[in-house]
Design a protein around this ligand. Structure first.
Ligand code: TEU
Length: 560
């Protein structure tokens, strides 16, 4: 039964078809190429792929401007190619979730074209209009510096339209029941093509009231329950993973008190404080963020990530905290974006320091929730700051030392492959790393395998165990009489820590022994029941408490 909720203990891998693998040699990645790479992904051990938008689009926002929801952009292949890919993934036991971008369409969408052309069109009310320029049109822009307003005048419509994002992304009037019905239809369509759910884009904006008279948008949370109900009627295992960068006090509104709304949300709160911890070696604000985001229904799950395709958004930190992260990881203003974020990949932010990169991923894999990896992170890819805005961290996957990193046979990839320097494809590529047992790729494969064998992280109850050392985070998970414990040192300096596993009296004995899951370096408690260990700079430890092995007990558990 526990495996029915597959997303509770999964490894999700995010990729963009266009930058993954080009099979037909036109410089753009495609579904045929991705299909060829499924064995690589299966080898890595991931459980699900999150596909970024691949539908027909003018590509002014990397596909987040969709012009036909029921299609595959011809540059990536055909709907038939999508189905071949989906089938290939299914054969390998890999689930597929796809981006669901329904806060807005592209202005090239036929719905918008008809809506702007004819006030009597049935599509007019699918968008959000105003006869005059609304007050506060300059407030609430998502991309400061490149987007000036959230309302633009449309000459053809002779009216102003609302766009939370770029002006070529008119917002759908999601309060309109007909639009809501269309959203369900889109979900139903892709479910029928074999996907296991959706990464739902910009959820707070999807459910917000929109309009010229809306001074303070209100979230219509009940819409989320309706999305979920529909999904579950159509396909029991399908999930919604929400992109909702919200404050912890509203988390339960998104999950639903009884888990009746969204299955998963990205934990932006933890993400931002995790980067603060990496930058300063002070884990206390991270522990606070973990505590604040702890309450969630039993069936709900957090998506835990380090970097994604957008800028690393630090908007939830205090200005002083944000400055410290900028100073550590993006000192040059060209590395920063939208006054709130960093447009770099993880490896260069951590100066390519292998110990630190491993420690950061180890932490990502052991924080409460389901880890979401980004393509290329498994080989430590870098960024190209010459590219505009968020494109810096969206360069093609580096497969080999062949021209263009083996990504394409074309002389002109649509985005340049990183070449030369420490992160160039000549050094950083999957083929070379496959050959070395100690490569980051092989390390990632091993850590994924181990993570899957530690379901306590996905299912269990966690506690942060106090030590006197703020640079070291000790987390303990309990689930069905099994305990695991993780130690991470975010500092470059070694630290000695003393802690007690802190189990109740009945189980206390098993706390005497910590079995290291990654090496022979086990730990025995002293007479006082406390463990003492010296952990090297950027060190990490995964322990099973008392040596009880979940895998050995698994047959008992499966009965339940
Ligand atoms: O982003 C939605 C969003 O709310 C942004 O604030 C996001 O957190 C980030 O700061 C944008 O850089 C989503 C997608 O992730 C993004 O790539 C799209 O551009 C955006 O929606 C519009 O569809």
């Amino acid at each position: 039964m526990i495996n029915d909720l597959w997303y509770k203990n999964a490894i999700i891998y995010c990729l963009a078809v266009g930058t993954y693998m080009d099979a037909d040699g036109d410089g753009v990645g495609d579904f045929k190429g991705l299909l060829r790479r499924l064995d690589y992904l299966q080898g890595l051990g991931i459980s699900a792929i999150w596909l970024m938008p691949f539908q027909v689009s003018p590509h002014r926002d990397d596909g987040y401007d969709i012009a036909d929801y029921y299609s595959v952009d011809p540059r990536y292949g055909t709907l038939g190619d999508f189905v071949e890919f989906a089938h290939g993934a299914k054969q390998r036991g890999i689930r597929v979730i796809i981006d669901l971008v329904v806060n807005h369409t592209s202005d090239a969408h036929p719905w918008f074209k008809q809506a702007r052309r004819d006030p009597k069109s049935k599509y007019r009310d699918w968008y959000v209009w105003s006869k005059s320029k609304p007050r506060g049109a300059n407030r609430g822009v998502v991309f400061p510096g490149v987007q000036k307003s959230t309302w633009s005048y449309d000459r053809e419509a002779k009216a102003w339209y609302f766009h939370r994002f770029y002006d070529f992304q008119p917002d759908l009037n999601t309060s309109n029941p007909v639009v809501q019905a269309e959203i369900l239809k889109i979900m139903g369509f892709w479910i029928q093509q074999g996907v296991s759910g959706f990464r739902m884009d910009a959820v707070p904006f999807v459910i917000a009231t929109k309009g010229a008279n809306v001074a303070k948008p209100r979230e219509q949370y009940d819409m989320l329950r309706r999305f979920r109900e529909f999904l579950q009627w159509r396909e029991g295992e399908a999930i919604v993973l929400a992109e909702a960068n919200v404050l912890p006090q509203t988390d339960l509104e998104y999950f639903g008190d009884d888990g009746e709304r969204l299955h998963m949300m990205f934990n932006f709160q933890v993400n931002q404080h995790l980067f603060y911890a990496l930058a300063t070696a002070d884990t206390r604000p991270l522990a606070k963020a973990m505590a604040k985001t702890k309450p969630r229904p039993a069936t709900a799950q957090w998506g835990i990530f380090l970097r994604n395709h957008d800028e690393l958004d630090l908007g939830r930190l205090t200005p002083a905290q944000r400055q410290k992260v900028f100073a550590a990881f993006a000192p040059d203003p060209g590395m920063q974006l939208y006054d709130r974020g960093i447009r770099r990949r993880l490896a260069p932010m951590l100066a390519g320091d292998r110990r630190r990169i491993e420690m950061a991923y180890s932490l990502m894999f052991t924080l409460p929730g389901t880890p979401v990896l980004r393509y290329g992170d498994e080989i430590g890819m870098g960024d190209d700051l010459e590219l505009p805005e968020r494109n810096a961290a969206r360069t093609p996957m580096q497969w080999s030392a062949e021209p263009h990193g083996g990504f394409t046979k074309s002389a002109r990839p649509h985005l340049p492959v990183i070449s030369g320097g420490p992160y160039g494809f000549e050094h950083v590529n999957a083929a070379t790393q496959r050959r070395f047992a100690d490569s980051l790729l092989n390390w990632t494969e091993r850590i994924i395998r181990m993570r899957k064998e530690v379901p306590e992280v996905g299912w269990g109850d966690f506690a942060v165990i106090p030590t006197r050392e703020p640079a070291v985070l000790v987390m303990r998970y309990a689930w069905r009489n099994n305990w695991v414990l993780f130690v991470h040192n975010l500092d470059a300096e070694p630290h000695e820590i003393t802690f007690s596993v802190g189990l109740d009296r009945e189980s206390a004995k098993s706390g005497d022994e910590l079995i290291n899951l990654l090496s022979e370096d086990h730990s025995r408690a002293g007479k006082d029941g406390k463990h003492s260990l010296v952990i090297e700079g950027y060190g990490y430890r995964w322990y099973r408490v008392g040596g009880l092995d979940y895998l050995l007990r698994r047959s008992d558990i499966d009965q339940e």
